[in-house]
Design a protein around this ligand. Structure first.
Ligand SMILES: *Cc1c(COP(=O)(O)O)cnc(C)c1O
Length: 331
């Protein structure tokens, strides 16, 4: 199986914002876009994206998971980056139509079709370091993906970093390229220095998130995760897992957690930790690394509750359990 995100459908849906309005949607080949080398995005990082999935059910139907939430966040990212505003309806139609066009290519579970809407500032103006792009390009790429856990759900080693941060605090809610570039150096150092898989950014002891996933702590019947504020990305998977946990009768606590509390709880046998995001759903964390010491989380293995919650979410996505919150839209 090819690496996640390296295979693309031959066409994508595209629309442009020019002269104050959006063009009607077209399909174009997905292997190139015409762009001026002075385009705003290439110099001043006016870019944001989304990631959502379409699933194949046993009856052959193709369903998008919580598309409305992703489109809403896409609008929010665009607004915070001062990219042109767009109509949610137009983008939802772009997504539905391009997924429908490639319905036959949507892999069966545990695979899916990963959908990557992208919005970039295209105005050719290197003088606009402190001004927004007056034109933009918005496209929807499709990438069929396989089982993220094909090699087994190996618990991650996660470095707790209290001194750095993932991105500038006012950029936390924006799903934007610059934020990943900002976190890359620290992540590579953590891999080299302590063989960490990820960094959990905890500026001044405040447990936030990793480079591309939210953080969830499970202590017995309680799920604990940072409450929504502007400092981190509001994951759709996070919200879905919290909803499912609550449906299962678990206590959901959305509140700040400190590194001290995290390490204290991690020492208990029935504690689990996990990272949540669309690509991997819920990935178990087996070890925290902090100040050159290692702390095993619970048993150090993938926890039973983490696995149960992941399966419960997959069951809804794959059509094996009732979609009682109306999260799926058939294309
Ligand atoms: C995309 C992303 C997430 C997870 O969001 P989902 O909507 O669950 O996929 C979490 N944190 C960051 C920084 C992200 O980019």
């Amino acid at each position: 199986m090819a690496a996640f995100g390296t295979v693309f459908m031959p066409e994508m849906a595209i629309t442009k914002f020019e002269n104050g309005e959006w063009t009607s949607t077209k399909n174009v080949p997905s292997d190139s876009i015409p762009m001026h080398p002075g385009a705003h995005v290439l110099h001043y990082s006016s870019t944001c994206f989304e990631g959502l999935k379409a699933f194949r059910h046993k009856d052959g139907g193709i369903y998008l998971f919580r598309m409305d939430q992703n489109v809403k966040r896409f609008q929010q990212s665009s607004e915070l980056l001062k990219l042109p505003a767009f109509d949610a309806k137009q983008v939802e139609e772009m997504i539905v139509n391009i997924v429908r066009q490639y319905a036959d290519e949507v892999p069966a579970p545990p695979g899916s079709m990963y959908v990557r809407p992208t919005h970039i500032g295209t105005e050719a103006s290197i003088g606009k370091a402190a001004a927004p792009s007056s034109s933009s390009l918005l496209y929807v790429l499709l990438s069929p993906v396989g089982d993220y856990f094909a090699g087994g759900a190996k618990p991650l080693r996660v470095l707790l970093d209290e001194t750095g941060m993932r991105c500038a605090p006012h950029m936390g809610m924006i799903k934007s390229g610059g934020n990943y570039a900002s976190a890359l150096g620290p992540i590579l150092s953590a891999k080299d220095d302590v063989q960490a898989d990820q960094i959990l950014f905890c500026p001044n002891g405040d447990v936030q998130e990793t480079g591309a996933a939210n953080f969830i702590l499970i202590d017995g019947n309680e799920v604990i995760t940072k409450g929504l504020d502007t400092s981190f990305l509001h994951g759709v998977t996070r919200d879905s897992i919290l909803t499912i946990a609550s449906d299962m009768g678990m206590t959901v606590s959305e509140r700040d957690i400190t590194v001290d509390e995290l390490l204290e709880r991690a020492a208990k046998p029935n504690v689990e930790a996990a990272l949540s995001g669309t690509a991997a759903v819920l990935t178990p964390v087996g070890t925290f690394i902090y100040n050159n010491k290692e702390y095993t989380v619970g048993s150090g293995e993938a926890g039973a509750t983490t696995t149960k919650l992941r399966h419960a979410l997959n069951d809804i996505q794959w059509g094996n359990a009732e979609d009682k919150h109306g999260w799926l839209v058939q294309v």
